[in-house]
Design a protein around this ligand. Structure first.
Ligand code: CUA
Length: 158
């Protein structure tokens, strides 16, 4: 079969770039461990307030875990509980959050913490707060008329 040399070149380029991208995805997923969260943790959205850890929103010190603190948030239209929290600089923290009503976002501006909060599911993220200062928590999923007012504050202090 005769193939034009340009056609051959593009075919090689196309297949080559496909292989490059698949290799990047493979290394990222299986070597660097960049995988989506499992979403296995569930909670009854109507009983959030009475169930651990959501019965104690805020920063809680924990022992014998890979992280030093658990930072628990309950989101509901149009606020987060707690509204403000202080985190010691350098603390390894597991952020645990859920919502009581509709889908909300949980983005900590200026960091790579960005989760979707879905009713019935628990969103978790382990991070180290190694920059001092004030960080704004914002909702980045449109959730209703008060969406733009939905925020919270994390103060990282020495
Ligand atoms: Cu909550 Cu937008």
């Amino acid at each position: 079969m005769h193939m034009h040399k340009f056609e051959k070149a593009w075919l090689i380029f196309g297949v080559g770039s496909l292989l490059v991208f698949l290799t990047i995805i493979g290394v990222s997923a299986f070597y660097l461990g960049n995988q989506p969260p499992s979403c296995l943790a569930t909670v009854d959205p109507e009983k959030v307030d009475t169930q651990a850890p959501f019965d104690k929103p805020g920063l809680n010190k924990v022992e014998g875990k890979e992280w030093d603190y658990e930072l628990v948030y309950v989101a509901a239209a149009f606020a987060y509980n707690p509204v403000q929290v202080e985190v010691p600089l350098g603390a390894k923290v597991k952020v645990i959050a859920t919502t009581k009503d509709v889908v909300h976002g949980f983005e900590v501006a200026g960091t790579n913490i960005n989760m979707m909060l879905e009713p019935g599911y628990v969103s978790e993220y382990v991070t180290t707060f190694d920059k001092p200062g004030e960080f704004l928590v914002v909702c980045n999923e449109y959730c209703g008329v008060g969406h733009h007012m939905m925020n919270s504050k994390i103060e990282v202090v020495k």
